[in-house]
Ligand binder design. Structure first.
Ligand code: ADP
Ligand code: MG
Length: 565
């Protein structure tokens, strides 16, 4: 039975006595430690207690007041600095508690707004972590629990106080994040969609190890003179690199020359990276969405008619649904839905694109009459998309020169080094006319859908069920949402954030009249003003702030989704 403590805060010593008294008792009695405890330097809140040793860890929050944290005021003066120093503190706490029963969600190469650590505008620090309370044989090990909560934890928290931190390292972390953020914000007025700094290291160790590749064979990025841009950053000062302008940019080159590696760096350029990552100053516009084919996905009432029309089945492609999309229709849906959610830049790699949606050459046009071909290839829509909607595209395409006719810039990757071959590509396009006829002149207006909030119910048998399965899937109520092809998700905690954001959309922002884009605007505004606390209510686990594009992606892949109009 739980002891009613109301809002009374006990001392750390009383927690120690409580744990000693529980020693040897049945595991379930750990729930009696739920509550607040005043330590000399901070307040510990035991927010949620696991019911057995195999359940998800017990959740703790540590409130470290500004006076105890001692952070210099300039490190929490702006939201981006707060996000950076908080992230740094979470990583230091994870280090201090490595190989213990504690679990700190400190993140990988990206610096995200996450629940594991938040720093307030006043310099207070809130840390959230899990702990597996010891209970061999389902009996409470009160002595070990006391060592964890009353000794290991305060010792670890003490290492986060400014006087104990490596100040140089902390300042460098904040400066790195602030520069990336500032650079990303500069892109629109520079007329750029992306910037890749000279000296950047783009390749990763492997497909499952996102740390930078090391060794003598690594080629650092070096910008082609014609695309070189110099920027002035708040901390690093003058920096040069390759600026990719708005419009249509084609990345060509032989196989294994580094095209996909460059594109992948651009995909993750929507995030800030930790010092030493190699991509600290590789940034893309925040509203950049990676597009790929994704056969088998659910599509619910999406207007794919710019790309798909006149199906032999007679289906209405302006209001298209399927539980099992083909490669081409899935990619068409991915593009249209990204635009609906507000994308300003699309990234496409031939390796993961549907060929029949990307190209149709002159010979094929001659053999298969347009009336017999439902697909309009992207090559004919990519310029109208920019001209009429202002949406830019960066496209990796080593296999077809048909894009020379529509590209504003052509960059070749040659032994991992970029060169500007725009003029050469133009000359070749002049010399070898393909005889293709364009299949589209316009990119029609995007139809905005109104999701039915009732179809976004996360509740199963009276309990909200939101659970990330790595970065590849989200359990949302009864539904399993496949996110394996949503490639800009980098952290399982973001997936949790996506799930909580869907629930928030349902509860707050979707009302059966509002469009998805309007609801996402409101969600984003709330995240900007209240941070992740907007999503945290009633949820004790780790989460990170999602982008609106990944929230929309999850909604669009929900098999029970209903569209009201
Ligand atoms: P492409 O898409 O042109 O076929 P990838 O981008 O897949 O080529 O790169 C091929 C291989 O080269 C990958 O194993 C990648 O890690 C490696 N690589 C990419 N860029 C560099 C670089 N700058 N330095 C060293 N190795 C690189
Ligand atoms: Mg490739």
């Amino acid at each position: 039975m739980e002891r009613k403590r109301g809002h009374r805060t006990l001392s750390a010593g009383e927690l120690a006595r409580l744990l000693a008294g529980l020693h040897g008792q049945g595991y379930g009695r750990y729930r009696e430690i739920r509550g607040s405890y005043a330590y000399p330097a901070f307040t510990l809140e035991v927010e949620k207690v696991q019911v057995d040793p195999y359940a998800p860890p017990t959740r703790l929050a540590v409130h470290l007041p500004a006076a105890q944290a001692g952070l210099p005021a300039e490190l929490y003066r702006t939201p981006v600095r707060r996000r950076a120093i908080a992230d740094h503190l979470a990583r230091r706490l994870a280090d201090a508690l490595a190989r213990t029963a504690f679990a700190v969600d400190a993140g990988g190469q990206e610096v995200l707004d996450r629940s594991a650590c938040q720093v307030t505008a006043g310099g207070d620090v809130v840390l959230r972590l899990g702990v597996d309370l010891p209970g061999p044989g389902r009996r409470i090990d009160g002595r070990q629990a006391e060592r964890l909560l009353c000794r290991a934890l305060p010792e670890a928290v003490a290492t986060l106080r400014w006087s104990a931190l490596d100040a140089e390292e902390a300042r460098r972390f904040v400066a790195t994040v602030e520069d990336a953020d500032a650079l990303r914000r500069m892109l629109p007025e520079l007329g750029l969609v992306a910037f890749v700094a000279d000296g950047a290291v783009l390749p990763r160790r492997s497909g499952v190890d996102p740390r930078p590749l090391t060794g003598p064979h690594v080629v650092r990025f070096s910008s082609p003179p014609s695309l070189r841009v110099e920027v002035e950053l708040p901390n690093a000062g003058r920096v040069t690199g390759m600026g990719l302008p708005e419009g249509v940019t084609l990345i060509v080159g032989g196989g294994f020359h580094g095209k996909s590696t460059l594109l992948r760096a651009l995909e993750y350029g929507v995030y800030d990276h930790v010092p030493g990552d190699g991509r600290e100053l590789v940034v893309t516009r925040y509203e950049t969405v990676k597009i790929r084919a994704e056969d088998g996905r659910q599509v619910t009432r999406t207007d794919v008619s710019p790309f798909v029309a006149g199906l032999p089945t007679g289906e209405d492609t302006a209001d298209f649904s399927t539980p099992n999309a083909s490669g081409s229709t899935s990619q068409a849906a991915n593009i249209v839905e990204a635009l609906e959610a507000g994308a300003r830049v699309l990234l496409v790699d031939e390796d993961t694109a549907a060929t029949n949606l990307m190209i149709r050459d002159a010979r094929m046009q001659e053999l298969v009459a347009k009336e017999r071909e439902p697909l309009t290839p992207f090559v004919d829509l990519v310029q109208p998309l920019y001209a009429e909607h202002g949406v830019s595209t960066v496209l990796v395409m080593g296999g077809s020169g048909d894009y020379f006719d529509v590209a504003d810039k052509v960059v070749i990757m040659d032994a991992f080094q970029p060169r500007d071959v725009t003029a050469d590509a133009r000359a070749i396009a002049e010399r070898h006319r393909t005889g293709r006829v364009s299949e589209a002149k316009r990119f029609p207006a995007i139809r905005h859908r109104v999701p039915d909030p009732d179809s976004l119910d996360p509740v199963v048998r009276g309990k909200s069920k939101i659970k990330a399965r790595g970065t590849d899937a989200l359990q949302y109520g009864d539904a399993h949402i496949d996110l394996g092809a949503v490639e800009q998700l980098v952290d399982p905690s973001q997936v949790t954030g996506v799930g909580l954001a869907l629930a928030r959309l349902r509860d707050r922002f979707l009302d059966g009249r509002r469009t998805l884009a309007e609801a996402l605007d409101r969600l984003e505004a709330e995240l900007a003003s209240s941070g992740i606390d907007a999503l945290r209510a009633g949820y004790a686990g780790d989460l990170a702030a999602p982008r609106r594009f990944e929230v929309a992606a999850a909604l669009n892949r929900l098999r029970g989704l209903r569209i009201a109009g």
